[in-house]
Write a protein that binds this ligand. Sequence first.
Ligand code: PLP
Length: 415
Amino acid sequence: MPSWFDEGLAHIWLPYTQMRTTPPPLPVARTEGTRIHLADGRVLVDGIASWWTACHGYNHPHIRAAVNRQLESMPHVMFGGLTHEPALTLATRLAAMLPGDLSRVFFSDSGSVAVEVALKMATQYWLNRGERGRTKFVAFNGGYHGDTTGAMAVSDPIEGMHKLFAGLLRQHHIVDLPRDNASIASFEQVLERHGKELAGIIVEPLVQGAGGMLFHDAAVLQRLRGAADRHGLLLIFDEIFTGFGRTGAMFACGDVVPDIVTLSKALTGGTLPLAATVASEKVFAAFLSEAPDKALMHGPTFMANPLACAAANASLDVFASEPRLVQAKALSAQLEFGLAPCRKLADVVDVRVKGAIGVVELRKINDLVALKKRFVEAGVWIRPFGNIVYLTPALNMAAEDADVLADAIHTVLAS
Ligand SMILES: *Cc1c(COP(=O)(O)O)cnc(C)c1O
């Protein structure tokens, strides 16, 4: 290993990692398409697409060229009092793509921050309309909305570490998704009882991602929209995981239109950090006033970074010029076919596929570290967590590579 590796490992602090016991991370020399080239020369077929950001695979030439061009003219400029073409063009394009009147785009630099902005937006919406005390949200077991404290507080109580961080996190109403009679009744009860202190409802549409890759259907979304309307609450869809083709459609919401939507992850095609919180006309209108303090009170330093916006615009070009959603559907069928044999394995309790997401759920994974190591030895990059092994590959992954991933999962879990 080169000297920067050992020296650097003594100074770096890794995510969600017990630094005393976890084996060191693998140094990567470069990425290309759906491959990760390790520093030691090994090449891995990538089943995760870097937390599903690299929806077109790595180093797409069109995105790379756009970022290079932007780098020559203006890598960054502050967004307070100044603006630029990449940001305004991207806002116009996102508004045109999103359903309904989701048309006001607020940029930030990560998914968690986009969620924080959505929560503040919803809370200030009520304050601006003269209703005080609406500061709580209804959110769902199994949900994941990010690692900052506001986002943790609306995530699954266990995954969001509500006990560990009790006192730091705000308390909201976390309930089961309303999908059967019992859960619908308890959801409605919370709305009845606490309606006056609620600002809104936040959910990941169709797929609860990092909380366990759990699927639900559009009927749940319609139910949430209906309930939000009846109780006069704002509905927030966190499409950070699902947005940009992951579930097979461009967005998971379908024709159920939320009041606020958050986007990030695949927004720049896996190139640069960027996020957006997009509001409907109704939400935006509540911030228009002669009173300066009714303005939305948020503004990240690197807001609407031009390089990131150029990457996002180029990624949207690629969605328009390449048959990405058709490829996502083909990949979906392939994951379905390739993972099906896992159903017969002893410890497997469920195999499920939605869009370009494949999940093998086990009764229990005894040794995550060993399992991860065996995947690398099998030539694939797959990162099981909790009790699941999942795939979120580039939407345009070649059929042979998708087979390699599915076969590796079957072989490793069977042995
Ligand atoms: C990843 C994710 C987030 C957080 O995004 P970061 O960029 O990691 O802060 C929020 N919501 C969902 C649904 C996500 O998948």
